[in-house]
Design a protein around this ligand. Structure first.
Ligand SMILES: C[S@@+](CC[C@H](N)C(=O)[O-])C[C@H]1O[C@@H](n2cnc3c(N)ncnc32)[C@H](O)[C@@H]1O
Length: 268
């Protein structure tokens, strides 16, 4: 009888210990997931006076690879003016089904890499199917979250965003993460439908004006380094990291202007 009780208590002790271990394991697992993906902050509906557009749903992905896209947007002219070189590390942010990703993968060649980031796993699946069919091996798909693209820090020469930035529900978070992912001389390239042009047949919320882009980029420590304005429908704006020196130079110019204006007032 005593022997039976001893066996039973040993069994109960083992069961209890294994429960504790598996609970601990689960907690550690959750902790590590949470570390990778802390709670997503609440998204915005407006940013700096602009209404944010809804994310384009993956069921519309065919539209991104429509035959007339080249004629309408001159995508090859856009790509030719990006400044992509063999060996570069590039990100196609909001890559959708990989329309530009796959073309850039060819442009950077075997020694280069293109990260294709999107928040919709279905879009990444479509992209994967397309690059596998075409035998392309230098594309790295990344499932981003709405506030964090999960790009490695200090890793990319260029981040291309075609028809994407105006959809960001967390623009400041995304700009901060992209800033961190860029190498010191890296650029982000925003390609957005021109709001200033009523002939561009795109819904208003999916267009952006140059001045609105400028306002938002400046507030997030980016400076305009180049632009290409020969696309039929879109702005193509290159932004680099603004640093302390740029901010100081800008302040000095503003102070000079103020002083000039004051001097002008006194003279008149
Ligand atoms: C209009 S599609 C453009 C796709 C692609 N750039 C092209 O030109 O073919 C916009 C894409 O941005 C993605 N997107 C929206 N917010 C995002 C975010 N925070 N991070 C990454 N992708 C995002 C959407 O899921 C969608 O696939």
């Amino acid at each position: 009888m005593n022997k039976n009780i001893a066996t039973l208590s040993t069994l109960l002790l083992l069961l209890f210990t294994s429960l504790l271990v598996s609970q601990e394991k689960r907690r550690n697992n959750l902790d590590s997931i949470e570390k990778q993906e802390p709670k997503i902050p609440k998204g915005r509906r407006f940013y700096m006076g602009r209404e944010i557009a809804m994310t384009m749903h993956y069921t519309g992905a065919e539209w991104l690879i429509r035959d007339v896209r080249e004629k309408e947007e001159r995508c090859s002219l856009m790509l030719a003016n990006l400044g992509v070189k063999p060996g570069m590390s590039i990100c196609d942010m909001g890559c959708g089904n990989g329309f530009h990703t796959l073309k850039m993968a060819e442009m950077v060649g075997k020694t280069g890499t293109v990260y294709g980031v999107d928040v919709q796993p279905e879009m990444l699946k479509f992209m994967r199917e397309r690059f596998e069919t075409q035998g392309i091996e230098n594309v790295v798909p990344i499932l981003g979250s709405f506030h964090n693209p999960h790009l490695p820090k200090n890793s990319v020469d260029m981040i291309l965003l075609v028809d994407v930035y105006h959809e960001f529900s967390h623009p400041e978070f995304m700009l901060k993460s992209m800033r961190d992912a860029l190498k010191p001389d890296g650029v982000i390239v925003l390609v957005e439908y021109r709001l200033e042009d009523p002939d561009v047949p795109i819904k208003l919320l999916h267009k952006m004006s140059k001045s609105q882009v400028a306002k938002e980029m400046k507030a997030n420590k980016f400076k305009l380094v180049k632009e290409f304005d020969k696309l039929p429908w879109q702005h193509m704006l290159f932004y680099g990291k603004a640093n302390e020196k740029d901010a100081a130079a800008e302040k000095a110019t503003a102070d000079d202007q103020k002083a000039d204006n004051a001097a002008g007032d006194m003279a008149s």
